[in-house]
Design a protein around this ligand. Structure first.
Ligand code: HEC
Length: 487
């Protein structure tokens, strides 16, 4: 593939503004110079603890922000105080006093003002090369100019299909040209919902089936109610044809988050789909009458495998394979064990990796290593009889998305490792696997971007999708000799 990285601007915000000090009058008394400073320091700590998980580690994230509810002081104050029901943004008036909210508002405004005054520092990556413990990796840009690439698959022709979360599907040809594909179902794009994952049938060469997950919706009066759905199509002349809807996750809800949406096939050709708990519907994950908060197992045509664990129990949804999940956005087949590995977003802390087994209850929201975003706890239990422990959990949350096992020999020393994207910390996490355990972790390529997906291409290389701005990169291991020669 043509290497065009040098010409792709790669946005980076210089952090020097972050610790900019507050101006203080030379003649001020201790009280009137210290008061605002300590209020800002407190606001900064609060921001880091309570807000950064969703809004980014740097307050500067708000400076480049497309404001939805207004950037005036009153609007920001209101946003924080009252939140937006049905979104991840809760009302914070139970947690903070008006004065604290006011200080946080000032803290945000101060951040914006500094950026406007001093300007964003846009920087090309000095180099597109990252050193890791074992290898040196160079990024090869495959796709640029997207916003939120979500699903990606490789067609036998060498072309690639990529979804944009807002509801577009593209075919990328061998010359890296993007061709829009038409014929998608109706999709709700809001919050974490939209067009999500893509997967090819294991026998795609012969039957041409492409599986697509997305947020389906209905309108009920003023409310839009949405849920996770799965359909399959064939592709002809950049058009999806012969659509069949295979799965609709009920109950639909107003929340714009926790759709899950990852698709994976195992070695026996069973189709797995992760469905999030649809946030705030706390009864979902533990109820076997709800599709939400589950990992489902189906035949390739959406029918129920006769050996599914809950088949034959009248009131139970028979596609359920495992339950007690929160928001799983990563599924990958472990090539060694043949088992499906999954990870899921916890609340504040408590993201998990699980090995998916039939009829097993993974415990959400009864047990968890996390706490609520507002700092309150919803359970004191981290384990309970009859509920499975994760094989690994992350505190703080890394916000995991996308998963793949390294199945090829292009990356000496990484064979068999489990790769997980971090949206929050913008790196690829290499989990070193021994049997059913993760024995070591290494964050790779820190700062590369909000990492949404990771896959192994037919050429044996690792491909990653990052968002806002959206790119797809191929990871090219650099030989030491080549590195030396170019010095
Ligand atoms: C769990 C995720 C989450 C956390 C934690 C969170 N927010 Fe939000 N916040 C959101 C989302 C999502 C929105 C957009 C809501 C919408 O779609 O209307 C938002 C919106 C906002 C807005 C309005 C932005 C606009 O475009 O108008 C402000 C200001 C804000 N948040 C500040 C904060 C502050 C300050 C904190 C910490 C006290 C915080 N948020 C914590 C998810 C979060």
């Amino acid at each position: 593939m043509k290497k065009i990285i040098q010409y792709i601007p790669f946005l980076f915000i210089i952090l020097f503004l972050y610790y900019c000090t507050q101006p203080s009058g030379q003649d001020g008394t201790a009280e009137n110079t210290e008061a605002p400073d300590s209020a800002m320091l407190a606001a900064e700590t609060t921001y880091k603890t309570y807000c950064s998980g969703c809004h980014g580690a740097q307050i500067l994230a708000f400076a480049g922000h497309r404001w939805k509810h207004g950037k005036e002081r009153d609007s920001i104050f209101n946003s924080i105080k009252n939140g937006y029901p049905g979104t991840e943004m809760v009302a914070w008036n139970n947690v903070f006093s008006d004065e604290q909210i006011s200080n946080m508002t000032d803290y945000i405004l101060m951040g914006i003002e500094k950026v406007e005054k001093y300007g964003f520092q846009e920087e090309r990556l000095e180099s597109d090369t990252f050193k890791t413990e074992l290898l040196t990796i160079e990024l090869d840009t495959i796709v640029s100019g997207m916003v939120q690439p979500w699903g990606m698959v490789f067609l036998p022709t060498g072309d690639m299909l990529v979804t944009e979360q807002s509801g577009e599907l593209y075919r990328i040809d061998k010359d890296l040209k993007m061709h829009p594909v038409s014929g998608l179902p109706k999709i709700m794009y809001r919050g974490q919902g939209g067009l999500m994952d893509l997967e090819l049938h294991p026998d795609y060469k012969n039957n041409g089936w492409i599986y697509i997950s997305y947020s389906d919706y209905t309108v009920d009066g003023k409310d839009t109610l949405a849920g996770t759905a799965l359909s399959r199509y064939q592709l002809k002349d950049d058009k999806l044809i012969k659509g069949e809807k295979l799965f609709t996750g009920h109950p639909f809800g107003t929340a714009g988050s926790h759709f899950g949406g990852r698709i994976e096939f195992d070695n026996d050709g069973y189709l797995f789909l992760s469905v999030g708990d649809r946030r705030k519907e706390y009864e979902n994950p533990q109820s076997l009458r709800s599709h939400c908060g589950k990992i489902h197992r189906m035949m390739d045509d959406g029918s129920i495998p006769p050996d599914n664990p809950f088949v034959g129990q009248d009131t139970v949804i028979a596609s359920i394979y495992s339950y007690g999940h929160r928001n799983p956005q990563g599924l990958a087949l472990n090539p060694t064990s043949g088992q499906i590995w999954s990870h899921e977003h916890g609340p504040r802390g408590g993201d998990e990796i699980n090995i998916i087994k039939p009829a097993v209850n993974y415990g959400w929201p009864v047990i968890s290593y996390g706490i609520n975003y507002d700092g309150t706890t919803f359970t004191n239990e981290v384990e309970r009889e009859g509920m499975e422990q994760p094989i690994l959990y992350w505190i703080p949350s890394i916000a995991p998305c996308g998963a793949a096992f390294v199945t090829t020999d292009k990356y000496p020393g990484w064979e068999g490792d489990f790769l997980v994207g971090s949206l929050r910390f913008k790196y690829l996490n290499r989990c070193v696997v021994e049997g059913d355990k993760v024995v070591k972790e290494e964050p790779l390529m820190k700062g590369v971007g909000r990492l949404r997906n990771v896959r192994i291409g037919p050429d044996g290389y690792i491909y990653i999708a990052v968002e806002e701005p959206g790119y797809i990169f191929r990871l090219m291991p650099v030989e030491e000799s080549k590195m030396l020669a170019s010095k």
